[in-house]
Design a protein around this ligand. Structure first.
Ligand SMILES: *[C@@H]1O[C@H](CO)[C@@H](O)[C@H](O)[C@H]1NC(C)=O
Ligand SMILES: *[C@@H]1O[C@H](CO)[C@@H](O)[C@H](O)[C@H]1NC(C)=O
Length: 366
């Protein structure tokens, strides 16, 4: 657990990102509760936020977690960033804000998020520039909160008591909602959650079952948090599989994920497969909605904002191998989005080998 303790906002000379609790503490708290209390009913949490408000808060809170450490890194270098570099970084991240899995995989939120970016792109970018400015001026106590700035009174996206919520409040509320949905207690919002669903998990895989997955690790709901989320310093690539709903797509995707595991798995990078037809992963970490097959990257240090590398909606039916994520695409996104430099380097080297092999005819691009 020692590795977990170094994660969170403190490493960047900032007060803990999530108010009184660091994200690591919250994850551990969640984990402890999941393990110990899964069978007991968690308290019912009142959440009367509109879909628009919740989506706004989730989007901005995820952005805060993904973007602020990068900004502080850039500002902490001995040489000041090049002119315009901060703006460029902020805008690039804001443009991709809806790709975070808790938004992207829920159709209703995806639409609202796209509209949010269209209407309020400048407000969002300005909120993060203001955080960078406050950091430069050394005024950490006066650092503006991005969620309040974007979703609060200035845009009136969230109203009443929700208008003043900060990043830390959003994280806490979402944790509570996740816990109550895991224990089946449900929540008040319910516009996209299947509240009645019980937490479902296959039994923990034995050594033998592990081996049948080659070097891609078999994950189940009850091991997901430990292996993917709590291991904060490790990159993880997770294939959320729907083998019954889309058998042909599954066969092709699984083959490529196995191949990816052979190329890139290491102590610092886990490649895993989780059958979402048999397992529910509590939000916000994965998706408990078996709405689709997906491959997601949980980068070291940014576990709350997994990046969707591939997604196929089950509603669109079983499709052929040509729709499966390509090997070169998986390597390329891992090379760019992994949290660890050694994972990136392994993916990049493998991508070069693949390109060479395809060029000289000794391999086919799959
Ligand atoms: C935002 O509006 C609410 C009422 O809707 C009010 O209680 C609160 O003080 C306002 N916050 C700010 C920062 O103006
Ligand atoms: C890997 O390649 C990506 C671009 O595809 C680049 O952004 C990243 O810095 C590279 N990482 C390493 C360690 O080579």
């Amino acid at each position: 657990m020692a590795a977990v303790a170094v994660a969170g906002g403190r490493a960047y000379g900032r007060p803990p990102l999530f108010g009184a609790f660091s994200s690591a503490t919250l994850i551990l708290f969640t984990l402890a509760v999941l393990h110990a209390l899964a069978a007991l009913a968690a308290p019912v949490v009142q959440d009367t936020r509109s879909l628009k408000c919740r989506t706004c808060q989730l989007t901005v809170a995820h952005l805060d977690e993904a973007l602020v450490p990068l900004l502080f890194d850039m500002l902490g270098k001995p040489t000041p960033p090049a002119y315009g570099a901060i703006d460029e970084l902020v805008e690039a991240k804001v443009e991709k804000a809806c790709l975070t899995s808790s938004i992207h995989l829920v159709a209703a939120r995806r639409k609202v998020c796209a509209q949010l970016l269209e209407d309020h792109f400048d407000t969002i970018a300005a909120a993060f520039r203001a955080i960078a400015d406050a950091h430069v001026n050394g005024d950490a106590s006066d650092e503006p909160d991005a969620v309040t700035a974007v979703c609060g009174n200035s845009t009136r996206i969230c109203e009443g008591k929700y208008a003043d919520m900060e990043v830390s409040d959003v994280v806490k509320l979402e944790e509570q909602l996740a816990l109550s949905s895991v224990s089946g207690a449900g929540n008040g919002a319910g516009e996209e959650d299947d509240e009645k669903r019980q937490f479902l998990s296959e039994s923990k895989p034995g050594k033998k079952a592990q081996r049948t997955f080659g070097s891609a690790r078999k994950l189940v709901a009850s091991t997901f948090l430990d292996e993917v989320v709590v291991a904060e310093q490790r990159d993880a690539v997770v294939y959320f599989a729907t083998p019954k709903a889309t058998p042909r797509l599954h066969a092709a995707t699984l083959a490529n994920v196995h191949w990816l595991a052979e190329q890139t798995s290491s102590k610092g990078c886990l490649v895993g497969v989780l059958d979402v037809e048999l397992n529910h992963v509590p939000p916000p970490y994965g998706t408990h909605l078996a709405a689709g097959a997906s491959v997601q990257i949980y980068a070291a240090g940014r576990k709350r904002s997994p990046v969707v590398a591939f997604h196929h909606d089950v509603a669109h039916g079983d499709v052929g191998a040509d729709v499966a994520p390509r090997r070169s695409d998986l390597l390329s996104i891992l090379g760019r989005r992994a949290g660890r430099v050694d994972t990136q380097a392994r993916a990049n080297a493998s991508a070069i080998r693949l390109t060479d092999a395809v060029r000289d005819g000794s391999a086919r691009e799959l």
